[in-house]
Structure formats: C-alpha cells, structure tokens
Design a protein around this ligand. Structure first.
Ligand code: ZN
Length: 115
C-alpha cells in the first residue's frame, strides 16, 4: 500500500508539472499550487467524476454542506460522513482516502469505517 501511495504521489507531481508546462504554452491561468492544500478545489485531487457528483447530489438534496475544497473533504472523511453519502461505496471511499493521503493529509478514519 505504501508503494501505491508513493507512486500516486509521484504521478500527481508529474501531472502538476505537465499542467504548468501546458499552461505556459497556451497562456491560460489555471489553479496553481506548490502542493495540494486544504484550500485547493476538489479538482486538484483528480478524483473520478462520481465523487464530486455524489457530493453535489448530497448538497442539492439538503443532506449536508457544499463541499468546495480539499479541506472540506478531509473533514467529511474524518467525521465518517463521506461513508454515508449516497453513491459513495467502499471503493469510492477508498479512492478519496488514497487521494488525500497521497496529497499528504493525515486522516482519522474510525476503526468501524476502515476496510
Ligand atoms: Zn490546488
């Protein structure tokens, strides 16, 4: 597992570098960061679309606050709420945790929610 996280983290850095190079080429001004931080938009985690879609559904149906940033998502995981979001199964939950850990966040995941 540690190896997978390391590889993902390296891939993230490579992709960020490639994005910056592309941005210089076409003059666009994308979101820039040294590393993913709590204030980054969810886009920075490069999650599969199902995750932001599920979070948007949850918000639109009045089941929780809008999740705008990576920091919001960390709190959602830490509180155990992510696991209860409709359309977030163990696989998506794992994807989110892996992405956050690869980005350098420490997560508290209660033992009953670990898989
Ligand atoms: Zn960012």
């Amino acid at each position: 597992m540690a190896d997978v996280v390391t590889v993902l983290a390296m891939a993230g850095r490579l992709m960020a570098t490639a994005d910056e190079a592309a941005a210089l080429d076409d003059g666009a001004v994308p979101h820039r960061h040294e590393r993913i931080g709590p204030d980054c938009p969810l886009d920075c985690l490069d999650l599969s679309p199902a995750v932001p879609n599920a979070l948007e559904w949850r918000f639109k149906h009045g089941k929780g606050q809008k999740i705008r940033t990576v920091g919001d998502l960390v709190l959602l995981v830490d509180s155990g709420e992510l696991r209860r979001v409709r359309m977030i199964g163990p696989r998506r939950h794992g994807e989110v945790c892996t992405a956050l850990i690869a980005a350098g966040f420490s997560l508290y995941i209660s033992p009953s929610l670990r898989r």
